[in-house]
Ligand binder design. Sequence first.
Ligand code: ACO
Length: 429
Amino acid sequence: MTTITFKDETSGKVVQMPVLEPTYGHRVVDIGKLAKEFGYFTYDPGFMSTASCQSAITYLDGDKGELLYRGYPIEQLAEKCNFLEVCYLLLYGELPDAEKKQVFETSITRHNRIRENLRRFFHGFNYDAHPMAMMTAVVSSLSAFFHDRLNVLKDDEDRMVTARRLIAKMPTIAAACYKHSIGDPSIYPRDDLSYTGNLLYMMFSLPGKRYEVNPVAERALDVLFTLHADHEQNASTSTVRLAGSSGTNPYAAVAAGIACLWGPAHGGANEAVIRMLDEIGDLSKVESFIAKVKDKNSGVRLMGFGHRVYKNFDPRARIIKDICHQVLESFGHDPRLDLAMRLEEIALSDPYFIERKLYPNVDFYSGIIYSALKIPVEMFTVMFAIARAAGWISHWIEMITEKDQKIGRPRQLYIGNSRRTVPVLSERQ
Ligand code: ACO
């Protein structure tokens, strides 16, 4: 085993720390001995150089612009598989054969309904509640309905049924959030439709009216979901792992992930991109907007650009750009695509963005696709959450079944006051 030597100059003490070899990517120093033998913690805000866990689910190489689920490149999965096959792959580690695929899809269909008393939860939300606020609360409440199958720390099948339930119910909950926000009654899922076909049906059909699922929209959503299904130890997945490490129920852990995803630096970026494009409004204003982005005092960022890990290109953004063109060919042109392409063109040749390795990320074009499908901006992050639920629950299973699994408990560098005596009230200033 390779080791790395750490020498404490103050005490002269030396220790060998093991270097862990990955299948791909950076080697990782096991720093366990630092605290035990020297009494040091490490300091790494934002986890810029810290591997928080071992994982066999997803690998991404930011310099190469490569993303693999269980070893398979995202481009091939998007082309050759549907989203539910990808869910199966993330959960079980292998692609399903024809029989397993059918059993899995049937199981997802069987679990796609939500209980009537859960449906009534929606009446408690104000009509203008943000769908992500509803989604967070409703997913968390699933544990109140399925506590009979929550022996998840010990029972494999309880874990897997929870995973299938979650994946199955996400579109139903998402569509109910949307219907509530427009004051329409929620629609029950249909067993003859695909995963994304059902979502479109539950969002856009009206009681008593015929609804045909558009195959271009159905396929575009399916590919978008595949691209968003997992992304290794991102903020929301790490949140799910940390919340779940206490042994809390998986619905609560996933609800914590949904809350994290909502932030504009994470899944909320697709919503922010559309708002940004609407604010720019016209091709003539693109250059002045870019100038504003480059002015550090403005506090304005080019939303949908930049990524903590991808420093070359985001492979998902390329696929999404192609789908965006296909969708707009079918649904009609959106001038926001012209604005996005012009922003991309300028940014990719501007030293500010080149030097900082800022490229379009997965969210730069996804919002335009959602808009073309008549999905309102408030629902964009909800769409992301439906897809990412597959990744969250796969990581939660990996974490909870790890040998010697421990509660996640980071340490800190305390920089507060060193007062030691509490003054009585009359002595306080
Ligand atoms: N527009 C303008 N400048 C940017 C942008 C941007 N979108 N992103 C980063 N920068 C600049 C920073 O100002 C900084 O410049 P400096 O070195 O002169 O101070 C430099 O690039 C590095 O930026 P950091 O914020 O340190 O990079 P970090 O890796 O922490 O942030 C992040 C990544 C949060 C994604 C960032 O690029 C960002 O805010 N992008 C816009 C929001 C976005 O699109 N988020 C979606 C991410 S993908 C996803 O979650 C699905």
